[in-house]
Write a protein that binds this ligand. Structure first.
Ligand code: TPP
Ligand code: MG
Length: 583
């Protein structure tokens, strides 16, 4: 069958004269139809050989095609769309270099458990495999494989339905992640009978099936929690992704256990919730004796579950969809394997209304520390230094988010990330998107576009000046699609700070320093957006309010004291220190 399919229609006349009256379809349309059949509405991509016509036809067929200036940003937009919708976000790129540009986003999506499919066109297999030097020659499938959850290649039009179905299932089932789908140029032009084509497509049934935990694992966990003297709950972004918001909130409230949200779980319960221990995170982590992890991994962000951060010995209950996550860093005394919604529901079934509340001494101690720290923070935030620093600027943004709780917040940078995460309270789930598991720079404009397109709501992108540089050209994309994105650059003239000097006294500035007093606001004006330059909290407040009211693409250059930041934000200790260099 495939040999007939691979021959152009002219040959088909010879083989089967009735072809003239038969309706034909082709690889282009089968890809589009398969995506539409599975509820995909948007493609984030960048056109070029061999997928330019695919982007045109997709638009003609009613898909929204958001066209970017660099594939990494398209990939990041797709990834965050996946996190927000639970459907895989689709990123479409050209071969070799376009594919590689998208691959960073695919790997980042996999690391962060965002469902995403990178679809890349590729060059002629026969030439690529013999390494004969094709246009954009690269064995993309082999390169993608170790960097994503699954990778597939489709060679025949009649297999497109299966290829896309497999990609969707791989992306969203179990632990979600990135999937690569390789579509060689030749595939798109292949024709086949339209009716047979339609029949070859698969509408995926139950792509992310529930996985109910075994009852004894739930009982074991409850027994451990009941016996705890200083219990603590940790919510990760897996908990936010699970869309089990009500059940999670009920579990937290019925057990009365203090909780800590990881960065992208902020807002799952409002950060102002009385049981939030976020303001006394270090104390809570060090003192707790039984810790319930819900969709949070014990990776570096949680100091691997051991060491000084974790202080006193403790036992862990872990809810995760992946059995292999258990014991990855420390022993898990009570693993509960299943999807978070089902696991939390199962716990709730047995928690009932009389679950023993944690000892009063523990709750009092947490609350006392929390209130002391909140008071200290309030005093710091109330100051109005000149020049403006991270705290006085973030006080303004904290109040803006409080008044607009459905606003989407994108956040990256070092100090800009660490301070904003700590200072800005979130009130609704899945409204905060940031550098995530890798602490990666460059997600900013891609996440902002993905969040704006998916939610149709206002985005506030809070960006370090260095962080912004990685995806800044997408300001044009934001303006082109007239997206309600307000980008705020925390401009401290450099990476971490703007104060480093070249030790040689030479003409080059230090590696962390940028052009002083750069006017990022002028960049957006080049594309018809609105720019603001602000130097005080009052000016910042006025600009953000105006920006939000307009719903237009805006950029605020917020001038921050160039001496205010610390090296690597809160990660100073991760910088290698050579004893040989110490003087
Ligand atoms: C892809 C990538 N490259 C480099 C880094 C290293 N890095 C961490 S934070 C950062 C930028 C910090 O500066 P800025 O965004 O201006 O934030 P500030 O601390 O000044 O607020 C860089 C380059 C990274 N995390 N990711
Ligand atoms: Mg900076």
């Amino acid at each position: 069958m495939s040999s007939v399919l691979e021959t152009p229609p002219a040959t088909m006349h010879n083989v089967a004269p009735i072809a003239e009256t038969r309706e034909l379809t082709d690889g282009f349309h089968l890809v589009i139809d398969a995506l539409k059949l599975n509820g995909i509405e948007t493609i984030y991509g960048l056109p070029g050989i061999p997928i330019t016509d695919l982007t045109r036809m997709a638009q003609a067929e009613g898909l929204r095609v958001i066209s970017f200036r660099h594939e990494q940003n398209a990939g990041n937009a797709a990834a965050i769309a996946g996190f927000l919708t639970g459907k895989p976000g689709i990123c479409l790129t050209v071969s070799a270099p376009g594919f590689l540009n998208g691959l960073t986003a695919l790997a980042n999506a996999t690391t962060n458990c965002f469902p995403m499919i990178l679809i890349s066109g590729s060059s002629e297999r026969e030439i690529v495999d013999l390494q004969q030097g094709d246009y954009e020659e690269m064995d993309q499938l082999a390169i993608a494989k170790p960097l994503c959850k699954a990778a597939f290649r489709v060679l025949h039009a009649e297999d497109i339905g299966v290829g896309i179905a497999r990609a969707i299932r791989a992306a969203v089932s179990g632990r979600p992640g990135g999937v690569y789908l390789d579509l060689p140029a030749k595939l798109f032009a292949q024709t086949m009978d339209a009716q047979a084509g339609r029949k070859s497509l698969i509408k995926v049934v139950d792509p992310a099936p529930r996985q109910i935990p075994a009852p004894d694992t739930v009982q074991r966990a409850l027994d451990l929690l009941k016996g705890a003297k200083r219990p603590l709950i940790l919510l990760g972004k897996g908990a936010a992704y699970a869309r089990a918001d009500e059940a999670i909130r009920t579990l937290v409230e019925k057990t009365g256990i203090p909780y800590l949200p990881m960065s992208m779980a902020k807002g799952l319960l409002p950060d102002t919730h009385p049981q939030s221990a976020a303001a006394t995170r270090s104390y809570a982590l060090a003192e707790a004796d039984v810790v319930l992890l819900i969709g949070a991994r014990l990776n570096w962000l949680l100091s691997h579950g051991k060491g000084k951060t974790w202080g006193k010995p403790k036992q862990f209950v872990q809810i995760d969809i992946s059995a292999q996550e258990m014991d990855s860093n420390v022993a898990i005394a009570a693993p509960i394997v299943g999807d978070i919604g089902s696991c939390v529901a199962s716990l709730l079934d047995q928690v009932g209304d009389n679950f023993p509340q944690p000892p009063k001494e523990w709750l009092d101690a947490v609350n006392e520390k929390k209130n002391t720290n909140l008071q200290k923070m309030a005093a710091t935030l109330a100051k109005n230094p000149s020049p403006m620093n991270f705290h006085s600027a973030l006080r303004v943004l904290r109040d803006i988010v409080k008044a607009n709780p459905d606003i989407n917040v994108v956040n990256e940078g070092a100090n800009t990330l660490d301070y904003a995460r700590a200072i800005i309270d979130m009130y609704q789930p899945r409204k905060r998107f940031d550098s995530g598991t890798w602490g990666v720079m460059g997600i900013g404009m891609g996440f902002a576009i993905g969040a704006a397109v998916t939610s149709g709501k206002q985005v506030l992108a809070i960006e370090g000046d260095s962080a912004f540089g990685f995806s800044g050209m997408e300001l044009e994309t934001i303006c082109r699609y007239e997206l309600p994105v307000c980008t705020i650059i925390f401009n401290n003239n450099g990476v971490y700070r703007g104060t480093d000097v070249n030790p040689t006294g030479g003409k080059d500035v230090a590696p962390t320093v940028f052009v002083k007093d750069a006017r990022y606001d002028k960049m957006i004006e080049a594309f018809g957006g609105i720019g603001y330059n602000v130097t005080t909290p009052d000016e910042l407040e006025k600009a953000v309010k105006e920006a939000i009211a307009s719903g237009k693409p805006t950029l605020i250059n917020a001038v921050i004291d160039e001496a205010a930041g610390t090296e690597s934000g809160r990660l100073t200790n991760l910088n290698p220190q050579s004893a040989a260099m110490k003087k």
